[in-house]
Design a protein around this ligand. Structure first.
Ligand code: A2P
Length: 284
């Protein structure tokens, strides 16, 4: 064991004792994707069980301006890691004047965050009736719950085909999803659990709207125009075969929800499973 140098000892004695935060977890890694996006991993509370696709409240302590007391500032964050992972992963936007993410973006390994271990949410397998194809429709950080579901063996056991669409403004914003798909396709554990060739079940459809990329356009427009079906070589969405989960910005959620309803799909819930479910990607 290395002893602390006298200087460090003095500092250690003088340093205020770190407050013991309620529901504190320790940051284990942080990865910045763009100046607007980052992902981080934290320790997992031993008691935390969750269903892939659910979210928890997490955040940091902040000083109440009026009372001067420390209190938690929490926001809803989808768990991006699968339920078998020993750590928890999150994918976040950085808002420069956002109350939480203006500070959260500076976390480093070893720092503490607060995480309430009460997972909830509608983007879960239980809220959908059995089907043949499962669509994950995401914009921006709305891909987070699907990053969990796409690493859950049940997704591949329950469906013949899984299609992830991800629409972002710029190309760099697709990196997290692209990396995720590459890792899933080369994951030996998933291949062993689900069977070789499972990745052929998984189709990935990234698009951008404000920067040139291989496929440009909003997914809603690309569905209407039939590009999605043509590009992937698949049949159009039908209520008999298709199930869908939607997670993105509000306008996107509403537009896609209306389109699916028009195609004959109905919105499900935990207590009343149907053909599709929707959840807002939470912003700061
Ligand atoms: P667009 O650039 O055409 O607005 P944001 O970063 O604002 O949350 O947007 C993420 C992505 O969602 C962007 O590519 C944006 O396209 C797209 N988007 C926004 N509104 C809709 C909508 N109503 N339908 C489909 N895509 C949308």
């Amino acid at each position: 064991m290395t002893e602390l140098s006298p200087v460090t000892q003095t500092q250690a004695q003088k340093a205020p004792k770190a407050p013991t935060l309620p529901d504190a977890q320790t940051v284990t890694s942080v990865k910045h994707y763009t100046d607007r996006l980052f992902a981080f991993r934290v320790t997992r509370p031993a008691s935390l069980r969750f269903r892939s696709g659910e979210f928890v409240m997490l955040g940091l302590m902040q000083t109440d301006e009026k009372t001067g007391k420390e209190k938690p500032l929490l926001r809803a964050y989808s768990i991006a890691s699968p339920s078998w992972d020993e750590e928890l992963e999150f994918y976040s936007i950085k808002v420069q004047d956002g109350p939480l993410t203006s500070r959260l973006q500076h976390i480093e390994p070893g720092d503490q965050i607060i995480l309430r271990p009460k997972p909830v949410g509608t983007l879960v397998h239980d809220a959908l009736l059995p089907g043949k194809r499962l669509w994950f429709f995401a914009t921006g950080t709305g891909i987070a719950p699907f990053a969990s579901l796409l690493r859950d063996p049940q997704t591949y056991e329950d469906y013949e085909e899984i299609i992830l669409t991800h629409t972002c403004r710029e190309v760099g914003e697709l990196d997290y999803g692209r990396e995720l798909i590459e890792n899933i396709r080369s994951d030996e554990m998933l291949a062993e659990l689900i069977g070789e060739g499972f990745h052929e079940k998984l189709k990935y459809y990234p698009t951008t709207t404000r920067e040139e990329s291989a496929k440009m356009g909003r997914i809603t427009d690309l569905l209407r125009a039939g590009d999605v079906y043509g590009d992937l070589g698949i049949e159009p969405i039908r209520p008999e075969t298709d199930r869908a989960m939607i997670c993105g910005n509000l306008a996107f959620n509403l537009e896609l929800k209306a389109m699916l309803e028009e195609m004959g799909l109905e919105e499900g819930a935990n207590s009343d499973p149907k053909q599709y479910v929707v959840e807002k990607a939470f912003l700061d």
